[in-house]
Ligand binder design. Sequence first.
Ligand SMILES: Nc1ncnc2c1ncn2[C@@H]1O[C@H](COP(=O)(O)OP(=O)(O)OP(=O)(O)O)[C@@H](O)[C@H]1O
Ligand SMILES: [Mg+2]
Length: 248
Amino acid sequence: MSLHRQPSHEELHQRLREQYAEIARLAGGLAHEIKNPLSTIRMNMELLAEDFRDSDSPRDRRAMRKIELVERECQRLHDLLDNFLHFAKAHHLNLQPSNLNAQVRQVLDFYRPKAAEARVEVVDYLAGNLPMVLLDREAFHGALLNLVLNAEQAMPNGGQLVVRTYGTPDGVALDLIDTGVGMDEATREKVFDTFFSTKRGGSGLGLPTTRKVIEAHGGRMTLQSEPGRGTQVTLKLPAPARLPAEES
Ligand SMILES: Nc1ncnc2c1ncn2[C@@H]1O[C@H](COP(=O)(O)OP(=O)(O)OP(=O)(O)O)[C@@H](O)[C@H]1O
Ligand SMILES: [Mg+2]
C-alpha cells in the first residue's frame, strides 16, 4: 500500500489552475519577447524599401516586391501577437460605473468614417433610461470593435449594421445586426474556438476575446446567423442594483 495520500479533487484542481496560470504567463511573455525583434525587422525592412522604392531596374523592382511581402507578413505577426495579448489579459478588468449608450456612441463615432468607406450604413436605436453598468471601458471598446469589424468584413459590398440597446429584467443588452454573408451551422459551431477563422490573415481571436471580456463582466454573449441573410450578436450585461440611473 502506498504511503502517499491520493490528492483530493480540490487539490488536483488547484494544481491545474496553477499550471494553467503558469502557461498563460509564459505565453504572454513569449508574445512580448517576439514583438521586440519583430519591430527591429519591420523597421529595417522599411529602410530597405526606401533604398529600392524609386529605382526602375527590374532587379530592384523584384527586390522591392519581396521586401513588401516580408513587411506584410511582419504586420500580420504583429497583429496576431497584439490580438493574442488582448485575449490573454481579457479577464483583468478595471471596472467603472458607465453609461452603455455613451460607450456605444464612442465606438460608433470612431467607426463612422470607416463605415462610409466600406459602404456600411450604421443605424442606432439606443434606449433611454438604461441602468448604469460596471464596465472596463477599454476592454469593452475593443470587444465592440471586434464585432463591428466582423460585421463589416461580412458585408464586402456594403450593407446595414443595426446597433440597438435596451433594458432587460436584470440589466442591459446590446444587439448588433448585420446584413452580411452569415454563417452555416458548421461555422457557427466553431466561431468561439481560438484561432478559428475563415478569413485570409484572420487571427481567429476576435470573437473568443469578445466573449471572454463579456463573461468577465458577468455578462453573456450569444449569436444567431443564417447563411446569406446576416448575423445578430447579442450582449447582455448585468446592472448592479445600487448604481444611479443614467441620464439619456
Ligand atoms: N458578423 C459575421 N458574419 C459572418 N461571419 C462571421 C461574423 N463574425 C464572425 N464570423 C465568422 O467567425 C469567424 C471568427 O471570427 P473572429 O472575429 O473570431 O476571427 P476573424 O474575424 O476571422 O479574425 P480577427 O478577428 O482576428 O481578425 C470569422 O472568420 C467568420 O467566419
Ligand atoms: Mg474578427
